[in-house]
Design a protein around this ligand. Structure first.
Ligand SMILES: CC(C)(COP(=O)(O)OP(=O)(O)OC[C@H]1O[C@@H](n2cnc3c(N)ncnc32)[C@H](O)[C@@H]1OP(=O)(O)O)[C@@H](O)C(=O)NCCC(=O)NCCS
Length: 174
């Protein structure tokens, strides 16, 4: 377990499945996340996904985010891709429990993830993508030290409209 001030990052547990499947099917949340075609996800798909999470999958790893005061599972974050030659990791985060939005829990979780990636994985650069309309996410990432690196025009299609994707990054020791 990796601790911040408000949250810890831990491995997924079986009891997270039903809550996680509610999170991923929430319409408001779906709008904020990179999905392909947003068909509803079944409980069994979520179960399969959680059961497929492993510690030995060459760098990609998903953590459950837990509120350390209540031990409640509130979301997830993870390393989606690692380029070991250039030492670049791509990350993502989702606080699924909306009661925790805008209260610093996601920012705290991202800080823990950044520390883990720089200090335990010896990665040089962390990058992520977010949607131009997700102001809370952009502000949260800026608070963690991420800077905008580029804009991918009309990269996202949501609710009948195209949106730009903002690419942000943070470097170790820069
Ligand atoms: C994005 C996310 C990780 C941010 O974490 P968080 O802990 O909620 O963020 P914070 O509470 O630290 O808020 C970040 C900043 O955004 C601001 N903010 C909060 N709600 C906002 C809103 N609705 N619109 C604009 N800004 C907002 C806050 O004022 C804060 O800045 P401040 O600390 O200077 O006041 C989290 O909200 C989340 O997971 N949301 C749902 C899924 C998602 O968007 N994932 C990211 C996909 S790229």
């Amino acid at each position: 377990m990796y601790y911040g001030e408000k949250v810890c990052l831990r491995a997924y547990k079986e009891e997270d499945i039903s809550i996680a499947s509610k999170f991923v099917n929430d319409k408001e949340l779906k709008k904020l996340l990179v999905t392909t075609i947003p068909f509803p996800m079944t409980y069994w798909e979520e179960e399969e996904w959680i059961k497929s999470q492993k510690s030995n999958n060459e760098g990609t790893y998903n953590f459950a985010i837990e509120d350390i005061e209540t031990n409640k599972y509130i979301g997830g974050c993870g390393i989606q891709n690692v380029n070991w030659l250039a030492r670049v990791a791509t990350v993502g985060i989702m606080i699924g429990d909306k009661n925790y939005w805008g209260r610093g829990y996601g920012t705290d979780a991202m800080k823990v993830l950044i520390n883990f990636i720089f200090n335990d994985m010896n990665i040089n650069k962390i990058r992520l993508g977010t949607f131009s309309f997700n102001e809370r996410a952009i502000k949260s990432y800026e608070k963690c030290g991420f800077k905008v690196e580029g804009v991918l025009k009309d990269e996202i299609f949501k609710d009948g409209k195209y949106y730009d994707e903002i690419i942000m990054s943070i470097f170790n020791n820069k």
